[in-house]
Design a protein around this ligand. Structure first.
Ligand code: COA
Ligand code: AMP
Length: 634
């Protein structure tokens, strides 16, 4: 490979610290870094240990004061409310500095945690940036989680303050955020002193005396006061973002400030090929890592315009929404998940709704969040008439592990592969003993330590869990939890998880976490959850329940209650729609549940009876129970 990418990657390999020192020039520092990496700090080392900066200054002030004051920083496109609003860099900076002043008056300061649980409205972005301005650590919790999940995150992060809105709008219903928060705070052991509530006219909320305060009033009360940007260490935590662990206890991924700014700044021109002033649209949610990095921080640090889309790919109002948004805002780079494209393809397979939309500004379509299946990629290529770039990343890494760097001259695509490692990631596939497997052979995908800037520095308050979860299986490496291979050309192939994580509509869920909830049903003796293949969502959780002898309720009732229980405890985002009562679970002679074989049966694949199975007849029982539900489909 003699590409520009190969030269850049080789330059990083030769001198990693020099590479990131150069990349750091894209960031405004208060004290520029002299030391680049401190291998001895924290579980996996720390980047830019002696430098200081403010990331909100980098995202807003330097552009507002540097000639981009009148450029649109944020477009809020909201088909669910029928509104579009454009906010310039100067306006966003002012709104953020005023909100930061209000938060400071409420006692929020450097290092304090602030939980943000909000729909896709500009105030949610202002909230994140206001925290960053003060040096407070934000933790955004996705609105599709149930109160119990929000409570777990509140107890782990121990925020001094919570920011919320009265409601959010889904395609089919209004989601009352405030009652959800009230319930979470009832369940949580930790009590934040204050909640600021952004009231929306669609469903205003009742405020709890003494604890809740109207957001707009709190901001109005500061008058002309504006909070300055606090000088933060590059190693200070910017945010905590929770993700499913293998148990019901979520992992709080901690992102630092300086390394994150440098990694995102590098990625904007080199990976995404975006120029300052371009419009970048990531159709995700600020509750996910993709939203943190490429709705909020990445585009703004780079002086681009970002789109905050409050809608769905289909149903708001139709499957033409993505074309409209790309055309209306002259989007140049568009980033979404394959599941969203599958949803559009299902409703508008021939792209009839594209007609009349001017997509001449659009240069590249980026996909991530799950494996990009070749059929979807092919469809997207035809419909968009553009290069489709798959890239692989995780909440833990904060940015792309492997992708096709558009700004360095795109490499030839091998369909099904997210292409090549980004500088900073030295990837290998290892066997169970930790030995590197030959090119093209499947193994556990790992990255050599240290990880590049922008990746997780620890789990909140749990250095040991960080080591145990990611660093101990293969010493000297970060374990991605994905299985796959690196081929002879250096292309990376990501084939599936090595743990119990499933990927539902680009969202990551732990089947173990769902099983924990099902096991609390009084009539459930045993259960197993698998990710069954779903034509739109990629995977969908499917539960098997063994009822207790003499269960009080009938099977159909327990199945219904099990579905309701998961929605109530984990949330609608789990998309848990089907539980099937069975007589027994298939197990090996050592008692291990044969989830893999159950998945093959549910997916309609050719299944064989594993040699270790205790009683092969149980597999036939499972197949019969699924058949009775019309599974596998088709
Ligand atoms: N607040 C409250 N509820 C939410 C929510 C939110 N922010 N987001 C989703 N939900 C609800 C949905 O309304 C749905 O509820 P329902 O069971 O009553 O229908 C449930 O959670 C499941 O949501 P989802 O799996 O997203 O299904 P969907 O049918 O609403 O939409 C897609 C399907 C494919 C259109 C949608 O999942 C999508 O756009 N996915 C892209 C994911 C993504 O951006 N991932 C980030 C990586 S790039
Ligand atoms: P999350 O941390 O929620 O972003 O989910 C990360 C997981 O999604 C990864 O570990 C992969 O299993 C999967 N994933 C994300 N992007 C890709 C991709 N481009 N190809 C294959 N799998 C992906």
């Amino acid at each position: 490979m003699d590409s520009r990418y190969a030269q850049v990657y080789a330059a990083w390999r030769r001198d990693p610290e020099g590479f990131w020192r150069d990349a750091a020039a894209a960031v405004d520092w208060i004290r520029p870094p002299e030391r680049i990496f401190d291998a001895g700090a924290g579980p996996a080392g720390r980047w830019f240990p002696d430098a200081t900066l403010n990331i909100c200054h980098n995202a807003l002030d330097r552009h507002a004061d540097g000639g981009r004051g009148t450029q649109v920083a944020l477009v809020h496109d909201s088909p669910v409310t029928g509104t579009v609003a454009r906010h310039t860099y100067a306006e966003v900076r002012d709104a953020v500095a005023a909100l930061a002043a209000a938060l400071a008056r409420e006692g929020v300061g450097r290092g304090d945690r602030v939980v943000i649980t909000m729909p896709m409205i500009p105030q949610a972005v202002f909230a994140m940036l206001a925290c960053a301005r003060l040096g407070a650590v934000h933790s955004v919790v996705f609105g599709g989680f149930a109160a119990a999940e929000l409570a777990k995150r509140i107890d782990d992060a121990r925020p001094v303050l919570v920011l919320t809105a009265s409601c959010g709008m889904e395609a089919n219903r209004i989601v009352a955020y405030k009652p959800l928060l009230d319930e979470a705070l009832r369940l949580a052991a930790h009590r934040p002193g204050r909640c600021l509530v952004w009231q929306r006219p669609q469903l205003p909320a009742t405020l709890v005396e003494g604890r809740d305060r109207d957001w707009a009033e709190a901001v109005a009360a500061v008058g002309g006061e504006r909070a300055p940007c606090a000088e933060m260490k590059a190693t200070d935590p910017l945010y905590i973002l929770y993700t499913s662990g293998t148990t019901g206890l979520p992992k709080g991924v901690v992102r630092d400030t300086g390394g994150y700014a440098v990694a995102l700044a590098w990625s904007m021109p080199n990976l995404y090929g975006v120029r300052p002033g371009d419009c970048f649209w990531t159709a995700s949610d600020i509750g996910w890592v993709v939203g943190h990095s490429y709705i909020v921080y990445g585009p703004l640090i780079h002086g681009a315009t970002t789109v905050l889309y409050e809608g769905k790919p289909v149903g708001t109002p139709d499957a033409g929404a993505f074309w409209r948004v790309c055309a209306d805002h002259a989007v140049t780079a568009f980033f979404t998940a394959p599941t969203a494209l599958r949803a559009i393809r299902k409703e508008d397979p021939d792209g009839a709704l594209r007609s009349g939309h001017d997509l001449s500004k659009l240069r590249t379509l980026f996909l991530a969040g799950e494996r990009a299946d070749p059929t979807t990629v092919e469809w997207a290529q035809t419909q968009f008439g553009l290069p489709v770039v798959d890239h692989w990343w995780q909440i833990e890494t904060g940015w792309c592990i492997a992708g096709n760097p558009v700004g360095l001259g795109r490499l030839p695509v091998k369909r099904g592969s997210p292409t090549v490692p980004m500088p900073g990631f030295a990837l290998k596939a290892l066997d169970e003993a930790g030995a590197e497997v030959p090119p093209g052979t499947m193994g556990s995908l790992v990255a050599e330590l240290p990880l590049p800037p922008g990746t997780l520095v620890t789990l909140w308050g749990q250095d040991e869990r960080m080591r145990a979860s990611y660093l101990s299986t293969f010493p000297g490496h970060y374990e991605t939890g994905d299985a796959g291979m690196v081929d002879a050309d250096g292309y990376v192939w990501v084939m599936g998880r090595t743990d119990d994580i499933i990927n539902v509509a680009g969202h990551r869920l732990s089947t173990g976490g769902i099983e924990e909830v099902l096991a609390t049903h009084p009539d459930v003796a045993e259960c197993a959850v698998i990710g069954a293949t779903d034509a739109v969502k990629g995977e969908a959780p499917l539960g098997f329940l063994v009822l207790k002898a003499g269960a009080a309720r009938g099977a159909a009732e327990v199945e219904r209650e099990a579905v309701a229980l998961v929605r109530d405890r984990i949330g609608p985002v789990a998309a848990f729609k089907l539980a099937v009562a069975v007589g027994r679970l298939p197990k090996t002679r050592s008692g291990k549940i044969l989830r893999g074989t159950m998945k093959t049966i549910a997916d309609g694949g050719a299944w064989t009876v594993p040699a270790t199975v205790e009683d092969p007849a149980v597999l036939d029982e499972i197949a019969a129970a699924l058949k009775a539900r019309g599974l596998p489909e088709g």
